[in-house]
Design a protein around this ligand. Structure first.
Ligand code: ZN
Length: 183
């Protein structure tokens, strides 16, 4: 497996709508290896999610996993995800992004949603998610639509560099001070 290079904001691939992956393409060793490499890359950089456009592949494919303080999410592969909002209430919370390194900002996201997708074997899956999991899904789904979290912020008054975020915004808990999940 390999650690992949993550592209940063400004790279045009982050602003493109990702192409759907056909079941035939999904079954190829190339795409299966790509999924393995995305998982390894996400873990290497302490991400809780990674979408294929972030590693220069404009494909509708994302991986998500979290074992942090904000929520437990098992390793999840979403291929061609479609999101249906189940609760239009917005909840605002902090987000970061591996493609926008060393920044944090507060982003409103829908509280609850359903995602219909294929798993890495091409089987149909349906996941109902709320809270942090729903937030991560919306962040990754946005990447597949050519959007980043900055586009979803109400304004930029909370946008902070990581060191200032930790100094001025985080509650003084040792555990939280090490919180560095990015997507
Ligand atoms: Zn991101």
């Amino acid at each position: 497996m390999s650690i992949l290079k993550v592209c940063r904001l400004g790279h045009p691939v982050l602003r493109m709508e990702a192409k759907r992956v056909s079941p035939k393409a999904l079954a190829t060793p190339e795409i299966q290896t790509l999924i393995d490499n995305m998982m390894e890359t996400m873990v290497e950089y302490y991400g809780v999610g990674l979408a294929a456009p972030q590693i220069h592949e404009s494909l509708s494919l994302a991986v998500i996993e979290s074992h942090g303080t904000r929520g437990e999410i098992p390793m999840t592969v979403l291929v061609n995800p479609e999101v249906t909002v189940l609760d239009e209430e917005f909840i605002e919370d902090w987000e970061g992004c591996l493609s926008i390194p060393d920044f944090r900002g507060r982003v409103p996201r829908y509280r609850k949603l359903r995602v219909d997708a294929l798993d890495r074997r091409g089987r149909k899956i349906q996941i109902t998610a709320e809270g942090f999991f729903a937030r991560v899904i919306q962040h990754e789904f946005d990447h597949l639509m050519g959007k980043v979290y900055l586009d979803r912020m109400r304004d930029f008054t909370t946008l902070s560099h990581l060191a200032e975020f930790q100094k001025y915004w985080l509650p003084p808990e040792p555990e939280a001070a090490e919180d560095k999940d990015e997507k």
